[in-house]
Design a binder for this molecule. Sequence first.
Ligand code: FMN
Length: 477
Amino acid sequence: MGFNDLRDYLAALDKLGMLRVVESAEWDLEIGAISQMMQETEDNPVLLFDKIPGYPAGFRVLTNVQNSPRKQALALGLPTDLSDLEIARHMKDKRKETVLIPPREVASGPILENQDRGDKVNILKFPTPKWRTLEGGRYIGTTTLVINRDPDEGWVNMGTYRQMIHDEKTVGFFVEPHHHGMIIAKKYWARGKACPVVACYGQQVELFQASTGSSPWGKSELEVAGGMAGHPIDIVKGELTGLPIPAAAEIAIEGEVPPPEVDARTEGPYREWPGYYSQEPHPQPVIKIKAVYHRNDPILTGPHQNNRNISVGTITHAAIAVWDALEKSALPGIRGVWAHANGLFIVISLKQAFAGHAKMALLTAVGVRGSNSAYRYYVVVDEDIDPSNLNDVLWAMTTRCLPEEQIDIVRGTVSTRVDPIMSPEKRESWDLTCGRVLIDACKPWAWIEQFGKHMTFTPEYEKQIREKWAPILGKRR
Ligand SMILES: Cc1cc2nc3c(=O)[nH]c(=O)nc-3n(C[C@H](O)[C@H](O)[C@H](O)COP(=O)(O)O)c2cc1C
């Protein structure tokens, strides 16, 4: 059960014909461009770039790893031939069943095959791409893990926070103010100390899944990852920081983040997940790298998604977290939840059972945090609408929703610096809030029985005709 490292997962992808090796692509934009264009193809394979000009053969870059429900299903050991909504349901059930399994400390592991300290530290030894045209630098940390320890409570946090390379021994530390990694770093800074950190730039998929899903304060994502893998994550103890380093990771560093008044450097722009270079370059804290570790023939993992817009359908933490919260709230009749546009547009499908049912679902959903910090539209639809099908959802919104009665706006909710609609003034003053729209696109409960019927034929009759006229009707689209 589960994978032991990233290479196990690549072997499983290869078996299914979902992995493609690409040789001789340049780090400067070419790898990023090929990755973006390939994900728009029907195959959408995972891409492993090798023989990158200027770097030793075997120093590889992996992209398009988790950008389809099928790849996500495989990563979590779920069947890959289900509908997207069924895969989401399995992911939600799996998360609910996941127990915490603490990591296991081991004396050594593949991550220690190569070790550079002090003067030898040079993060530029890896073929980090410049992913997109206007980016302010080469981003090594795009699907990274950042690990730090709460100095008061002793527990270990893990989150995914991006990192731009500043020089051979320095990378950026871009963490939203409400994320645990930043709250912990500030505790060190308040005492005038640098915050020790470990970062990994290639690791098994369960670690990435746990790292990007928000866990309650005090609950270590390393233990969540162990639960997802079904066995403890092997870790070696970092000799400089005492922090855990996943023993089978591809590339890792140990370092420290000094208080921003001691060192902060201009970071960005970066093509943010909503699809824009929405933030102006800004001073951000940095990680001073003290040691670099890597496996032989290391694999650096690249951005979660390279898409031009936000149409690529993946099952996001937001969908799973909202679905889970709705079930925990004991609201009946939840058929499914889907998050379009990377979580900016969340759709809940349910079978209404009482007046106010749909509104309760919206109000429950609006308080849930998935992985992003920005959410915008929440739509609830009846049980006959597939929430993953935008055509169905638009049909419900345009035909079952009386705007003056069924749309509400909640103001002042948490958003993020990367939200493209955040004004420069709000960004400057760190007032990172933005409203959310709640749309009840269910048939009005008070007269649901009188609402126009839309079924032309009963499902039973349709089935009968499909069987009888199969040669004419052919396969369903
Ligand atoms: C691909 C990807 C990249 C992310 N990059 C960042 C980032 O640069 N900074 C950040 O604060 N959060 C980022 N996040 C979100 C956090 O990793 C996520 O909310 C996580 O749960 C935070 O964990 P924490 O609450 O333990 O700090 C990213 C998420 C994903 C999926």
